[in-house]
Design a protein around this ligand. Structure first.
Ligand code: ATP
Length: 381
């Protein structure tokens, strides 16, 4: 069944469709004209070449469907049909989808959703008169971070030691990969503004950031300079205090959101779970209250320290994303322990702490030396 058969509903009469398309075109041109990003070549795809498989989900403005294109599965993102009844919202959502396409076509990072192509006529496709005439073809995600957190909760409660060890490795990797993609966006002068578990998903074991609908290219490359943008952008529990208070902000607002998301990844608890909006404004935004850390293993110590510094109330005291990546990768290298046995095996400090008991018994009998890390967290025995 082609995509057109399942969801191709006529929108306004053609004169109105042309007018709306012209407005969308002007909005997008204005953004693209001032953009510093260089767009890569993007595959142009005819609507009729897509075969509908199933719906994957929908957000406030978009619908996402799993489609088959040239024998491969992709996620097709387009506007929701009900927006046809609200032309001004349609225009805004359409411009945002096109700008998202422009950004994705210019960026490339292993932890950013990959754009594989878009509608053959670009933004002009809207003039065809359908809500889904313009679309982006993206990597399909296997699950969102929200789903994965639910799985981790089960493992924490019922999992074996090996499963919990694997879970910790995945959690740590997720924090590092999110930091890496945010650092990449900031390097390109982009603020993401909507970091939350439902905007992160997994594809072939890699975490992927998607939905750049609220991302903005900053007008200058000095991304640490505060800039007056629309306030209250994002989801409250992950939103930096300065954004919630409608103050000027910069990329350090993403650093705060990273800290909140990583807190949730590590503790499997939602930050400020029982706070009303008023409590959040009074306690978090004005008094600087932050989530409490439950008792956690030693292996979490470094991440906890970085996260705590990243949710500082004062934006310029938060480390920048590049610095966070640097700290994480340095620790990673430092914490690698070399086991000298018949065959050389390298394991990370994290794995080591979980595997300590069996290692000891091997070391007793076979004289394995565990090198200590520079940070002195593990001693030689
Ligand atoms: N590449 C993808 N693969 C699989 N599912 C996806 C993909 N992109 C989006 N989805 C699903 O579709 C839903 C809506 O997508 P998305 O968040 O991009 O839409 P939106 O309208 O921009 O969202 P919002 O409500 O946050 O503004 C997501 O919550 C997710 O469940």
């Amino acid at each position: 069944m082609s995509v057109a058969d399942t969801n191709h509903v006529q929108m306004w009469p053609s004169n109105i469709a042309h007018h709306v398309t012209e407005c969308i075109f002007r909005d997008v041109q204005e953004v693209v004209r001032t953009s510093r990003l260089n767009r890569n070549l993007t595959a142009l795809i005819e609507h009729r070449e897509l075969k509908h498989i199933r719906n994957l989900g929908q957000g406030a403005f978009s619908q996402v469907r799993l489609v088959n294109y040239k024998s491969r599965a992709f996620a097709m993102k387009h506007l929701r049909q009900d927006l046809l009844n609200r032309p001004s919202e349609f225009r805004q959502a359409a411009s945002e989808l096109a700008v998202e396409g422009h950004m994705l076509a210019s960026l490339s990072h292993p932890n950013l959703i990959k754009l594989h192509g878009w509608a053959a006529n670009g933004v002009a496709s809207f003039a065809q008169g359908y809500h889904d005439s313009f679309f982006l073809l993206l990597d399909p995600l296997e699950e969102t971070l929200e789903d994965r957190i639910e799985t981790w909760k089960q493992i924490r409660q019922f999992g074996t030691v090996a499963q919990r060890q694997e879970m910790y490795t995945q959690q740590r990797r997720a924090c590092e990969q999110i930091a890496s993609v945010l650092s990449y966006l900031h390097d390109n002068g982009i603020i993401y503004r909507d970091l939350k578990p439902s905007n992160l998903g997994f594809c072939r074991k890699q975490i992927k950031l998607y939905d750049l609908g609220l991302s903005r290219e900053l007008p200058y490359l000095d991304t640490r300079q505060p800039f007056q943008m629309s306030g209250r952008v994002g989801t409250q529990r992950y939103m930096a205090p300065e954004v919630a208070c409608h103050e000027a902000y910069n990329v350090s607002a993403d650093v705060y959101s990273w800290a909140m998301v990583c807190y949730e990844i590590l503790t499997l608890e939602r930050p400020y779970d029982r706070f009303s909006r008023e409590m959040h404004d009074a306690l978090v935004c004005r008094q600087g209250v932050r989530p409490e850390w439950p008792p956690m293993g030693r292996e979490y110590w470094l991440l906890q320290t970085i996260i705590t510094s990243a949710w500082n109330q004062i934006p310029h005291l938060r480390p920048c994303m590049a610095n966070i990546c640097h700290q994480l990768s340095q620790e990673h290298t430092r914490a690698y322990l070399q086991l000298r046995a018949g065959s050389k095996t390298i394991i990370s400090a994290d794995e080591f702490s979980y595997r300590k008991a069996p290692m000891r018994s091997i070391s007793d009998s076979t004289d394995i030396t565990v090198m200590s890390t520079e940070s002195g967290l593990y001693s030689v025995f």
